[in-house]
Every structure is written in structure tokens, then in C-alpha cells.
Ligand binder design. Structure first.
Ligand code: HEC
Length: 298
């Protein structure tokens, strides 16, 4: 073995094996094959030595061999007896002892004992049932179905939150969607960062009114997201990209969408173009309004 290893100079580049098993190194593969062959040869010679010894014993000490054979036979009988006991089989010679004392048309019945395997199963299931009952119903060690359900739901909810958090931080101006449940967090972000210029209720101040239908940079959620993210630096609107995470921008953008048509006190006069929230996700109120308008038109 060391010989083989020594024939591999350390500087030699590793040669790719073509044998397709073990390591990728050809020398290691050869080593493994040689080792296997050596082991097989050793095994074969050991077997041969064993045979030789046996025939020597047979010739020199025949009584030992006979003894061995007798013992083996006895062992076999023991095996057979315990097997029969397991299966509840009685030898035919004992049949007359267990025949029941009645007969019908020459048919007689044997009073065979219940096989041990059957009893084992029978009492085993009872035992299993008791243990099961104790673990799952009495002791509270194991979870019963309801608890398991609740547990799975908690796990799934955690995974869902993790997934949502991951997908929320990937959001950008082309994928952002209005989500009413984000508005609450958005409101807090707005209160902390935006009220100074846009007013406590989005009515406007230094910055424009965010509650009316008039927008300088578009009033759809994607436009709002973009304006918040990149800002309008030369007009005094801060780019928030560095300060807020994408998820936070999405939240505050969702909050601004909920401000639509809230008509706060002291609104700043409209700036920009009127937007009709065509494909808005949030425009339930506007959609209802439109429907009402249409009805009155008819
Ligand atoms: C320093 C003052 C200031 C702060 C703080 C500020 N804004 Fe603005 N914002 C402005 C100004 C000024 C404009 C108008 C830009 C223009 O004229 O193009 C504007 C415009 C906007 C617009 C576009 C309005 C339109 O009509 O298209 C949105 C949306 C907006 N801001 C959201 C926010 C949000 C959300 C925050 C807080 C994270 C915020 N702003 C913080 C000053 C501010």
C-alpha cells in the first residue's frame, strides 16, 4: 500500500479517473481495487486453511466429529420444537391426547391450543392501545389531532410570514401592489417622516396634497412608490430609497392610496393633473362611486 502511494509523486497533477466510481483520482481507485483483490485472496486462503484443518480433524479425531454432529441434531430438534410451540402445532403422535370427545359423520375435532403468535398479537394490541391512550390522551406527552393541527398551523404561519417578509423586501415600483393590511404600518412611517411637508392627514403643506385626485407624478400605487423611492430632489421631495426599505416604501405607498378622497381639513390647492384611477387595485370606493354615477346617468 505504501509502495503504491510512494509511486505517486506529490507534484503530479491529479489524474481524472475513468472508472466512474469512488473518488475522481485514478490512483485512489486503483488502490481500492487492489485492496479489494487482496482481501478476496485472503478470504479464499482462510477458507482453504479451514477446510484443511477440518479434514485433518476428521482423520485424526473422528469421535469429535460425531459429537459435533449429534449436538447439531439436538439443536435442530430444539429449534423445531420451539417453532411448533410458537405456531401452536402439536406433533401427530400427540393427536390422540387432544382430540375432543365428540364426532359428527366421522369428523372429529382437535382441541389445539391457541398459537403463541396469536396471543402475542392479541395482548400486544391491547398493550399498544393502553400505551397509545396514555401517551396521546392522558399524559399529554404526544400531540393529539387537534394539537397537531394547531402546531402545523403555527409552523405554516411562521413560514408564511418569512415568505412574505422576503417577498416584501424584493418589491419595487414595477411589482408593488396595493395591500390594505399594510396601511397601518404605512401610517406610522408617514407620521414619522412625511407629515412635516405633507400634513398630518396628507392635506399638503410644503409638499402637495396627497388626498385629492390631482397628481404631479401619477396617483397609481406604482407611481406613488416611484416618487417616494426616487423623490423629486430639485423640487424638495426627498428620495427615500436610502432611508426606507422597499417594504416600508410599499407600506407608506399603500397608506397614501387609502388617503384618496378623504377630504381633510385645510387642503392644499390641487397641483398637477387629475387622475381617474383607471386600473386601481384600491379603488373600491371610486368603483362604487362610478357605479352610482352610471346609475344616475341612465
Ligand atoms: C422636505 C419635505 C418633504 C418630505 C419630508 C416629504 N415630501 Fe413628499 N413631496 C415634497 C414635495 C415638495 C413634493 C412635490 C414635488 C414636485 O413638485 O414635483 C412631494 C411630492 C410627493 C409625492 C408626489 C405627489 C404628486 O402630486 O405626484 C408623494 C407621493 C410624496 N411626496 C410622498 C411622500 C412621502 C410618503 C413622504 C414620507 C416618506 C414624503 N413625501 C416626505 C416634499 C416632501
Amino acid at each position: 500500500m505504501s509502495l503504491l502511494l510512494d509511486t505517486v509523486p506529490a507534484s503530479v497533477e491529479v489524474v481524472e479517473s475513468t472508472l466512474g466510481f469512488g473518488s475522481n483520482n485514478l490512483y485512489t481507485d486503483i488502490l481500492i481495487v487492489v485492496l479489494i483483490i487482496v482481501m478476496l485472496a485472503l478470504l479464499a486462503s482462510a477458507l482453504m486453511v479451514n477446510r484443511a484443518m477440518k479434514s485433518i480433524i476428521r482423520i485424526t479425531m473422528p469421535e469429535l466429529v460425531n459429537e459435533e454432529a449429534a449436538r447439531r441434531l439436538a439443536n435442530k430438534g430444539w429449534l423445531k420444537r420451539s417453532w411448533n410451540k410458537m405456531m401452536g402445532i402439536r406433533p401427530i403422535s400427540e393427536e390422540k391426547d387432544i382430540v375432543i370427545d365428540h364426532e359428527y359423520d366421522g369428523i372429529r375435532e382437535l382441541d389445539n391450543p391457541i398459537p403463541i403468535w396469536f396471543n402475542f398479537l392479541f395482548y400486544g394490541t391491547i398493550f399498544f392501545g393502553l400505551v397509545y391512550l396514555f401517551i396521546y390522551q392522558v399524559s399529554g406527552l404526544g400531540m393529539n389531532q387537534d394539537q397537531e393541527y394547531a402546531h402545523e398551523m403555527v409552523v405554516a404561519e411562521k413560514e408564511r410570514q418569512a415568505y412574505l417578509a422576503a417577498s416584501a423586501s424584493n418589491v419595487d415600483e414595477s411589482t408593488v401592489e396595493f395591500q390594505p393590511e399594510m396601511a397601518a404600518e404605512g401610517k406610522a412611517i408617514f407620521a414619522a417622516n412625511c407629515v412635516a411637508c405633507h400634513g398630518g392627514n396628507g392635506e399638503g403643506g410644503i409638499g402637495p396634497n396627497l388626498t385629492d385626485k390631482f397628481w404631479l407624478h401619477g396617483g397609481e400605487i406604482k407611481d406613488v412608490f416611484k416618487t417616494i423611492k426616487y423623490g423629486v430632489p430639485d423640487k424638495g421631495m426627498v428620495p427615500w430609497e436610502q432611508t426606507l426599505s422597499p417594504a416600508q416604501i410599499a407600506q407608506v405607498a399603500s397608506y397614501i392610496v387609502t388617503l384618496r378622497d378623504t377630504k381633510p381639513a385645510n387642503p392644499k390647492e390641487p397641483q398637477g393633473e387629475e387622475v381617474s384611477y383607471g386600473s386601481t387595485e384600491a379603488a373600491e370606493t371610486t368603483a362604487v362611486d362610478n357605479a352610482v354615477d352610471k346609475k344616475t346617468e341612465q
